[in-house]
Design a protein around this ligand. Structure first.
Ligand code: UDP
Ligand code: MG
Length: 314
């Protein structure tokens, strides 16, 4: 199987059939072997009825139906887990992405890239609630992860399947896959893609998504930088706060001995206690993190490195 298309579907009744036809004609014109996996994320508008009718006539269309709404990331994850293709291409189920971009994405993969991220250069969404938060988020994500992309939020991307095998997604994390993948040494690039306004159905997100993305970004940054060495982050903060506490403590003593400033009326004493306490907490947190890291890697037999090739090693 050359390519698997993965589409999360949540109340997209009026889009499903048109999307299926557009995908079908794009894929058939390429002449490669393919499958389309549509994941119904607990729709209640009859999307599943349409999906099951289409799938009854075409075994290339595979459908997974969730028991309830688990979110777009979960739906995409389920698609990835079941995909058989060498190249996996997720896209939105609302016709905002263009199936005609698929051949260009695959070309890039064949050029040798592991991840090709769509870039909705001419994005057809509202300015204030979508484009501005997205611009800020993309700048922030690019700077923090070191993987510079214009459009992390675009669902239309292409992945070589080995890349996805090592990545588990939680929260709203599907957008961060390029950053997580590059941590494993994947070659990442981006490609401008078409984008259309939504014609049927409504968007499933509001402005509150921005906060969720920022919180997930913290997780991703932490995982990328410190998942194998948490003590180096928390230990560092711990040492800094203990040093600061020692400094304020010394100052309190100095003020008492040489300036006769009573200790119990000096707010620095409280600050000292607070800082020392916090420092110890940080270090203990780091040590607990180290224990967790061992459980995480060793219980799964996960190495802390990624090998590209082996020679004479069987
Ligand atoms: N989606 C989903 N589960 C959800 C929310 C959204 O499967 O809980 C799907 C939705 O059906 C669509 C895609 O994710 O195919 C993107 O959603 P939407 O178009 O609402 O996002 P926007 O384009 O407005 O960012
Ligand atoms: Mg959309």
């Amino acid at each position: 199987m050359e390519v698997s298309i993965v589409v999360p579907i949540y109340n997209e009744r009026d889009n499903v059939e048109a999307l299926y036809s557009a995908l079908k004609s794009a894929l058939q014109s390429m002449g490669c072997s393919y499958e389309i996996i549509m994941v119904d994320d607990g729709s209640f508008d009859g999307s599943y009825t349409v999906l099951s009718r289409l799938a009854a006539e075409d075994t290339c269309l595979k459908v997974i139906r969730f028991r309830r709404n688990f979110g777009q990331t979960a739906a995409m994850s389920a698609g990835f887990d079941n995909a058989k293709g060498d190249i996996i291409i997720p896209m939105d189920g609302d016709l905002q992405n263009d199936p005609a971009d698929i051949p260009r994405l695959m070309e890039k993969i064949h050029e040798g890239y592991d991840v090709v991220s769509g870039w909705r250069r001419d994005r057809k969404d509202t300015f204030v609630t979508r484009k501005i938060p997205s611009m800020l988020a993309n700048t922030l994500i690019s700077r923090l992860t070191g993987v510079h992309l214009h459009d992390y939020g675009c669902t239309l991307k292409a992945y070589r399947r080995e890349i996805l095998d090592g990545i588990n997604l939680y929260g709203e994390m599907h957008r961060f896959v390029p950053a997580l993948a590059s941590q494993f040494g994947a070659k990442v690039t981006e490609l401008p893609v078409n984008h259309f306004p939504r014609l049927h159905g409504v968007s499933k997100y509001g402005i509150s998504r921005t906060l969720r993305v920022v919180l997930d970004l913290m997780t991703v940054k932490f995982l990328m930088a410190y998942s194998t060495k948490p003590i180096q982050l928390f230990g560092k903060w711990g040492v800094y706060t203990i040093l600061a506490g020692a400094g304020t403590g010394a100052m309190t003593l100095y003020m008492k001995l040489f300036e006769h400033f009573s200790m119990n009326r000096n707010p620095l004493l409280i600050l000292t206690a607070f800082l020392l306490f916090m420092g110890v907490q940080f270090i203990v947190l780091g040590l607990l993190g180290e224990l967790n890291a061992r459980t995480y890697f060793e219980s799964q037999g996960k190495p802390i490195y990624v090998v590209k090739d082996r020679i004479n090693l069987g």
